[in-house]
Design a protein around this ligand. Structure first.
Ligand SMILES: [Zn+2]
Length: 88
């Protein structure tokens, strides 16, 4: 998975497109690297340029992703925590 990694980019340095729900970052080929926020939530961290297939590793904290409170996973975690807390 590491063969074509061009660089490591902090997610703060990427641009978020709320319409497409992707982060993107300029690629040296003139296109851009893209990664969907859903992929980031799934733990994916490789953004790919569709034109030249170069890749970057996105450096991010999963807790700092926007709208995390709306995630099904987070809801499930909270529910699990409540269930655990309710047990004797
Ligand atoms: Zn490219």
């Amino acid at each position: 998975m590491a063969e074509n990694i061009y660089d490591e980019i902090e997610i703060e340095d990427m641009t978020y497109d709320p319409a497409l729900e992707i982060y993107h970052y300029p690629c040296p080929c003139g296109d851009r690297f893209e990664i969907g926020i859903a992929d980031l939530r799934d733990g994916e961290y490789i953004a790919v340029c569709p034109s030249c297939s170069l890749m970057i590793r996105v450096v991010y904290e999963i807790d700092s992703l926007p709208l995390l409170e709306q995630l099904p996973n987070k809801v499930a975690e909270d529910t699990a925590a409540e269930v655990a807390a309710a047990e004797p």
